[in-house]
Design a protein around this ligand. Structure first.
Ligand code: CP
Ligand code: NVA
Length: 312
């Protein structure tokens, strides 16, 4: 495998199974060292990460910033609204300027094409910190969590209940099929993964044997599951559709009744932030199944691995 230095990280589909597993294994080692007291691993001394956010964030923003500090570098938070981008400066001009100052860029945007434009004009790596289409750092970190808690994801029934067209569902699907595993998505009709993701699915699954099953019945989907995952029904930027979505997703809430169809030792995952009482009940997210805090923590370790491998 060649070095990952300088590579963008916009989609898991740009990486091979070997490369994704290498990032996860690096995260595991970094986490072990963290817990044995080695909090600072200064492999990025003097490196600077710019973090452009067009949408709110708690986990992604803080975990990337802490990750850079713990790797000996520094991160600069840049709200889209306070950059000249908000006054019409182009993404290409912004990318070319920032790339002269910093060693890498994380960006959270609405349209995925904005990330592609940033990456095209920045000669420093660009990391997707979430777009409407994909959330690859989340999904790769979640696969790391699944491996820690349950072992080889190819041997597990992993079920996503909710919006099959969400960035998180898309990235989980891509990550799992690249590894040769599978995912069952239970979503209402009309909320399946978008065509661009299904096209990638057809292409990748031919090579890896990975599979995705998409059904409209959450109970059928969850039967025998090892992992039950959900995300919000109303993603950032979809607020105008809130009323319709709340109606369409009725019956897809993950509650303890639904969890009882899963294996007795199944885990519950959520990328967070959760809308408690909407897509998941308190008794599930705070219950015995839930691994959501370990899942959130792993974002830090996974991103340290990713930054240490791709920042030049
Ligand atoms: N899961 C996640 O990306 O959370 P934030 O929106 O808080 O960054
Ligand atoms: N699908 C959610 C994920 C938040 C981390 C959203 O885009 O709002």
């Amino acid at each position: 495998m060649s070095s990952l230095k300088g590579r963008d990280f916009l989609s898991l589909a740009d990486y091979s199974a070997e490369e994704l597993l290498f990032i996860i294994n690096t995260a595991r080692l970094i986490k072990e060292r963290f817990y044995s007291g080695e909090r600072i691993i200064p492999v990025l001394t003097g490196r600077i990460l710019a973090m452009i956010f067009e949408k709110p964030s708690t986990r992604t923003r803080v975990s990337f910033e802490v990750a850079m500090k713990q790797l000996g570098g520094h991160a600069i938070y840049l709200s889209w609204r306070e950059l000249q981008l908000a006054r019409g400066e182009t993404i290409s001009d912004t990318a070319r300027t920032l790339a002269r100052y910093v060693d890498g860029i994380v960006a959270r945007v609405y349209e995925h094409e904005k990330l592609e434009e940033l990456a095209k004009y920045s000669d420093k790596p660009v990391i997707n910190g979430l777009s409407n289409l994909l959330h690859p750092v989340q999904a790769l970190s979640d696969i790391f969590t699944i491996m820690e808690k349950k072992g080889d994801p190819r041997k597990l029934k992993i079920v996503f209940v909710g919006d099959g067209g969400s960035n998180v569902a898309h990235s989980l699907l891509l990550g799992l099929i690249i590894l040769g595993g599978g995912i069952t998505i239970a979503c209402p009709k009309g909320y399946e993964p978008v065509e661009r993701i299904m096209d990638l699915y057809m292409e990748i699954s031919k090579e890896t044997g990975g599979y995705a099953e998409i059904i409209n019945d959450p109970v059928e989907a969850v039967k025998g599951a090892d992992v039950v995952y959900t995300d919000v029904w109303i993603s950032m930027g979809m607020e105008a559709e809130a009323e319709k979505r709340l109606r369409d997703f009725a019956g897809f809430r993950v509650d303890s009744k639904l969890m009882r169809y899963a294996k007795p030792n199944a885990i519950f995952m959520h990328c967070l932030p959760a809308h408690r009482g909407v897509e998941v009940t308190d008794e599930v997210i705070d219950g015995v199944w839930s691994v959501v805090w370990d899942q959130a923590e792993n974002r830090l370790h996974l991103q340290k691995a990713l930054l240490s491998l791709i920042i030049p």
